[in-house]
Structure formats: C-alpha cells, structure tokens
Design a protein around this ligand. Sequence first.
Ligand code: PHE
Length: 340
Amino acid sequence: MKQELEEIRAAAIAALASAATEDAVEDVRVNYLGRKGRLTGVLRGMRDVSPDERPLMGALVNRIKDEVESAIAEALTKARAIERSRRVESERIDVSVPGRRAILGHAHPLTQVTRELVDVFVGLGFSVAEGPEIEDDYHNFEALNFPHDHPARDMQDTLFVEGGWVMRTHTSPVQIRVMESEQPPFMVIATGATYRHDSDATHSPMFHQIEGFMVDRGVTFADLKGVLTRAVRELFGADRAVRLRPSFFPFTEPSAELDIGCFGCGGRGGACRLCKGTGWIEVLGSGMIDPNVFRAVGYDPEEYSGFAFGIGIERIAMLKYQIDDIRRFFANDLRFLKQF
Ligand code: PHE
C-alpha cells in the first residue's frame, strides 16, 4: 500500500507538470481527489488496514493527500498565470502605431453662407420661419399682388407642378404664410430653396433665398435702410459703400435694389469685370410692403406698415468667394467643395 501511494503521488505530480490550463489541472484533481479518484480509493481502503498499522498508514495517506493538494494549488496558480499572459499578449495594443485619421466633412459653402446670413439677422432681432417649397398660386403670386395674366409672372420663369401647384419662385410666399397666422409686430426671416426655369452660369433651376420682413405700426423706409445697411456691412465689411436704387416688385411699393461698392475695383468701375464697370454690385431686392399685400392677409394698411427684402444666397456666395459659375455649387466636385 505504501508503494501504491508513492506511485499515485508520482503520477499526480507528473500529470500536473503537463497541465497547462485550469481545465487540465481540474481534470487531474478529479482523477486523484474526486469521488472516484485514485487517492480517494486508497483512503476508502483504510478500513481494511489492521488497527496497529492504521496510525502510520493514516499519517502517510494524509501527507500524500496534502502534497497532491498543494501541488494542484501550485499548478492552478501557474496555469492561471500562463492563461493571463496569453490573453494579455493577444489583446496587446501597439500605442505607437499611427492612428487612422477620421475624415471629417464640413458644411456646404451655401450652408455656411446661409448660416452667416441667418446669424446676422437673428443678431438684429429677427426670428426664423419656414414655408413649403411646393406652393399654391395664391401664396406665390396672388396674395403678393401679382395680378392674373400679369407679365410680372413671366419674370419669374415658374416651374409648374401637376394639380395647379408651383415650385415656389421665391421665398416671399413665406411673408403671406406668416402674416396669415400672426399679428404684428414681428421681424421674421425665412430661408430655403427656390425654383425657376432658368439655367446658365449665374442662374440655376434650384437656388436659395433668404427673405426678411418687418411689420409694425410706423415702420418706415428709414428702418429698411438702417437694417439692410447694418446687415450688409456685417457681411461685407464695416465701411462698405451702400446705395438703394429704385426698382419694381409687385409686392413692394416703393421698391429698391440694394447695391454695394464693388470689391473688385473698390468702386472705381472702369474695366472691372465684377461690376461691369459700374462700380456697384447688386445684392438684394427690397421695398415697403404693398398695401395690397396687407389687404390680402387682412391687415389694415392704414394701421400697419413694413418692409421686406429678398437675398439670393448663391449670389452672395459667388461674390464672397469670387466663384464664376453657379453650377459649381451643385456639381458635388470635392475638389471645389473642399476649398471652403
Ligand atoms: N422675391 C423677390 C425676388 O425673388 C425679392 C424681394 C423680396 C423683393 C422681398 C422685395 C421684397 O426677386
């Protein structure tokens, strides 16, 4: 029996020596110390040992059991350490490897210019409204004092949609929508896409506008001039020359286009191509809201007055960045877009 115990011990130690994982160590434990384990079997055999041999044999069995147990504990620690370092190795991160640069896009130049314009007017106290891009004739024309079959409608190169709708030709219908749902006083801007049947280097079938209007008691042309001069100078420089030139729109009376001193030639004109020699560049249309527009929305033109203006966003962006062809904005050529 003594010899058998020594054998078991040697076999257990040998088995542990090649047990590299926690599972392998556990297998050894079950094989030797488990319910059906070899050492457990010997311990059970103790009852057949004669009483005078029992103390000695008992001590021997216990010593060997302790030895195997501590060898198992040791092997377990070793196996865990091996597994841990294997895991650390496989999860290792080389922090010195150069990272992959995340490619960040940026806002489209027209979005940038729109935000800049909106910021200027919001800074002056305007709030922001929206309107639909597909409009009815009433909001796009009728309520804006375009008489039926009036040649001014041709001026707008309207794109018609089935069912009597039109692609809005300007953002001015938002004036009507706001006035229908609100009572003065208010200062509102509205921006978005507008559409006309027109396409060349300076005209795109889809383009963008920002509309602004203010309605209250006692609003005068001086308010229009003050607000627009201030806004334009924020955009194009504090000492930019500004002039208002008489014009015509069905929904404003009087109407004026606003010109700024040409930055191509500093206002001198001559052979300047940017301003075609005039020294001035047109940037927006404006005017005092026509009494007929107020009547259409149920305001009393004797009580209220107001001004309105409309700015072509592509036009401002083209001036600002000296872009010669409006179609570049919509071609989605990254070589162009990345410059902004
Ligand atoms: N809606 C006009 C256009 O598109 C611009 C404008 C707006 C003029 C408001 C006067 C007042 O040409």
